[in-house]
Design a protein around this ligand. Structure first.
Ligand code: SF4
Ligand code: SF4
Ligand code: SF4
Ligand code: FES
Length: 353
């Protein structure tokens, strides 16, 4: 057998030095289930759902942490592996409150539910083992439902390693273990910046947007890729849309420039789209009161005012600041208008800092 070759489910697979069994399997489309594994971060081996059988090994091995090695012979769905996965799923179901699955906002988009279906686990065989912490609903944008938490740690990694905010961690021990914001505070009183990366990382319904219960579930939505309208970075978003309304926004994975990240504005700041207070026509103030106007009326007024100011006081009496929420091309045209037409260099952009 040549240098970097192993056998997975009877198939010879080439691997790069340093790749794990999971990464080698992924390359050839062999689906080893994962729960705690968060791409781009150091594997923790916390959930044990990715266990595989390696010929000659005394125990099952976690595919997400064990490096692929020359000559390895791996079984990813042997009877022993399947038995182990079923037990792991049963223990997870017993470690939280999942008996209300039908009304959970994550239903249909939940990795635990998906795996319970895949491995035909009907219910938890084991006695409940968890401490029932109350749901945290005081935060402006995020609900923490500790009873659904499987302690996979993906939220901690998303916060610490992906967003570099380090606002949450594991707290307490054994059956009382809980994901805590520093000092076990509500997120709103912690270092949390409400980027929502932990929601995106959570494989179950333990972290959900605050308005999740008022909206359709994510599994009912159509996914539309777009660019965030808030600033010039151009983050790639996935809009989850139902009946022409955005239900939730997540970051597009493996896409530049944000590589699966979003900030608080990009993830949660979309209420304005359907707001009754949204301006839809230009307004012109007459006698101290705004009146709706046509675009022609508004543009004629602005043009006449600029012309008059420049005539009376010279071009440097006007200045322009273009908006970070407009596209690059609009900002380019804005500086052309000020430099080329008005003949002033008084032009700036609000995101220059
Ligand atoms: S977290 Fe998943 S398994 Fe648990 S109730 Fe919600 S959908 Fe069901
Ligand atoms: S919202 Fe962002 S900062 Fe707050 S806990 Fe989640 S990942 Fe960390
Ligand atoms: S809140 Fe979600 S991501 Fe965090 S440990 Fe619990 S299940 Fe995992
Ligand atoms: S995915 Fe490998 S241990 Fe969790």
């Amino acid at each position: 057998m040549s240098e970097n070759l192993l056998v997975i489910d009877g198939q010879e697979v080439m691997f790069e030095p340093g790749q794990t069994i999971l990464e080698a399997a992924e390359k050839v489309g062999i689906d080893i289930p994962t729960l705690c594994h968060l791409k781009g971060t150091t594997p923790t081996g916390a959930c044990r759902i990715c266990m595989v059988e390696v010929e000659g090994a005394r125990t099952l091995m976690a595919a997400c942490t064990v490096p692929a090695a020359k000559g390895m012979v791996v079984q990813t769905e042997s009877a022993t592996v399947v038995r182990s996965r079923k037990t792991t799923i049963e223990l997870m179901l017993a470690s939280g409150r999942h008996d209300d699955c039908l009304v959970c906002p994550a239903s249909g988009d939940c990795r635990l539910q998906e795996l319970a279906y895949r491995y035909k686990v009907k219910s938890a065989r084991f006695p409940e083992t968890f401490t029932e912490y109350p749901m945290e609903t005081v935060n402006p944008l995020i609900v923490r439902n500790f009873a659904k938490c499987i302690l996979c740690g993906r939220c901690v990694q998303a916060c610490r390693d992906v967003q570099v905010n380090d606002a949450i961690d594991f707290g307490y021990r054994g059956a009382t273990t809980k994901i805590v914001a520093k000092g076990d505070m509500a997120l709103k009183d912690s270092d949390c910046v409400f980027c929502g990366q932990c929601i995106q990382a959570c494989p179950v319904g333990a972290l959900v947007p605050k308005d999740a219960w008022k909206k359709p579930r994510v599994c009912e939505t159509e996914q539309i890729r777009t660019t965030c309208p808030y600033c010039g970075v151009g983050c790639q978003q996935i809009l989850h849309v139902k009946n022409k309304k955005i239900v939730q926004i997540s970051a597009a994975e493996n896409a530049e420039p944000n590589q699966g990240r979003l900030c608080v504005k990009g993830r949660f700041g979309y209420d304005f789209i359907h707001s009754d207070e949204r301006l839809k026509t230009p307004l012109i103030k007459k006698d101290g009161v705004f009146h709706e106007a046509t675009w022609d009326e508004a543009l004629d007024l602005v043009a006449s005012k600029f012309t008059q100011i420049i005539k009376d006081h010279g071009p440097d009496a006007v200045a322009g600041v273009s908006c970070a929420r407009s596209i690059n091309e609009d900002s380019y045209q804005m500086q052309k208008l000020f430099r080329g037409v008005f003949k002033t260099n008084n032009i700036d952009h609000c995101a220059r800092t």
